[in-house]
Design a protein around this ligand. Structure first.
Ligand code: NIG
Length: 402
């Protein structure tokens, strides 16, 4: 099956599947009045006046911006229940970590997830992924982490895998084995390392493994013990410096982690170490917006030579948004990224964080995941707040939206 997008303003990173640093972090190639020809699932050609095969579906872009589909590389989009009652407490000023320590927060969602069936989790996730597609997200990472014990974590991963199988968008599961703990911290950690991790490795070889390094969650030593065991068999990712800089960034860099996510409380030394490494910094401005107004200094990380990816952190507690356009608008206002740097972070770099070099750019041979905006200037994507600027979505070569 063929499809052609006519007269688009194609906006994309160009070149190979490597991280863009320094000046290159914001170097977008803009090609006005270009056509994009899609054959099957892939982009076949990009340029003006392309000849399409007879019968090809045509989309007239009328000069509007065509981006690679967004890659949301950090979400907790598989959950049950809600935390709206808890939000009342947050509005009265109760901090996130106090709620967590009192058995709420992540633990409240853990109770709801344990009570839910695999089917129920899958159907709730499927509805969220469908909404993300309408917002231009064609690839989304979804973490477990609300099960905590091995059986419940595996139930979550199976629910996520079910949705991944359904398509049409790409769903990438991550085993967030160290999100919180119950009972004695050290005994809990040993249980995860000795039981849950081997079961995940057996059923999900190569799946990324993640942990939340924070006071009241997993200690740095606990995260390191999990990662030392997982290293070599699983890409490593870590939530670090969300509230406190605990030295996890340096450890993550030493362990060769794929990404360090959050970074709101990172010191200059943390950002410097991250910038000097191949590890991505993933920033999640939805969390600062919904929470306490603290944001990662992504612009500083880029200035130091770091590679930044941007994600929604969609979850029922700290970041109730699934919109990558909104994340871009926030990252430009509060994290110090330029609109172009934010677009690179939300497409090409997100794909690299997930180990998917076949997407995130508009180039022949890559997967045809495309988002056509209502705007003719890419800066308008970051300028406008609160709406959905995505008018047409092509995913794996098929027009899905509208
Ligand atoms: O990345 N910080 C840890 N995990 C999530 C929050 C999940 C939740 O509150 O349910 C985050 O912000």
């Amino acid at each position: 099956m063929s499809l052609v997008v006519r007269d688009a303003c194609v906006v994309t990173v160009r070149g190979g599947a490597v991280a863009r640093r320094g000046e290159a972090h914001g170097a977008l190639h803009v090609e006005p009045h270009a056509d994009v020809l899609v054959e099957g699932q892939c982009i076949a050609a990009v340029g003006p006046g392309l000849v399409a095969p007879r019968g090809a579906e045509e989309i007239d872009a009328r000069g509007r911006v065509l981006l690679p589909g967004f890659v949301d590389c950090h979400t907790h989009a598989c959950w049950a229940g809600d935390r709206l009652d808890e939000w009342d407490a947050k509005l009265r000023g109760v901090p996130y970590l106090d709620l967590l320590r009192a058995g709420g927060g992540i633990h409240a969602t853990v109770r709801a997830v344990r009570a839910a069936s695999e089917e129920g989790l899958a159907s709730a996730l499927s509805a969220r992924v469908a909404r993300m597609l309408r917002e231009g997200t064609t690839t989304v990472e979804v973490k477990s982490g609300y099960g905590l014990d091995a059986d419940s974590e595996l139930k979550m991963l199976r629910a996520i895998a079910r949705v991944a199988k359904e398509g049409p968008g790409t769903v990438v599961p991550t085993a967030l084995l160290g999100h919180a703990f119950e009972g004695d911290h050290d005994a809990w950690v040993r249980g995860v390392v000795d039981e849950a991790l081997p079961r995940v490795s057996a059923e999900w070889p190569g799946l990324a493994v993640d942990a939340f390094c924070e006071q009241g969650a997993w200690s740095r030593e606990a995260c390191v013990s999990l990662f030392e065991r997982a290293r070599g068999r699983h890409p490593l990712r870590v939530h670090a410096d969300q509230f406190h800089a605990l030295g996890m960034v340096a450890e993550a860099v030493r362990l060769g982690a794929r990404s360090v996510d959050h970074l709101e409380a990172s010191t200059d030394a943390d950002l410097g170490a991250l910038a000097a490494s191949p590890t991505f910094g993933v920033v999640l401005p939805g969390t600062g917006f919904h929470g306490d107004g603290r944001y990662a200094r992504a612009g500083a990380l880029v200035a130091l030579g770091g590679a930044v990816a941007l994600a929604t952190n969609c979850n029922p507690g700290s970041s109730p948004t699934s919109s990558m356009p909104f994340a871009i608008a926030l990252a430009v206002r509060f994290c110090g990224l330029t609109p172009a740097q934010a677009i690179v972070a939300a497409t090409h770099h997100g794909a690299l964080v997930l180990g998917l070099p076949d997407r995130g750019r508009i180039e022949p041979g890559l997967r045809a995941d495309l988002a056509l905006l209502c705007h003719t200037d890419p800066r308008a994507l970051a300028f406008e707040v609160g709406g959905n600027p995505v008018e047409v979505v092509v995913c794996g070569g098929r027009r899905l939206v509208p």
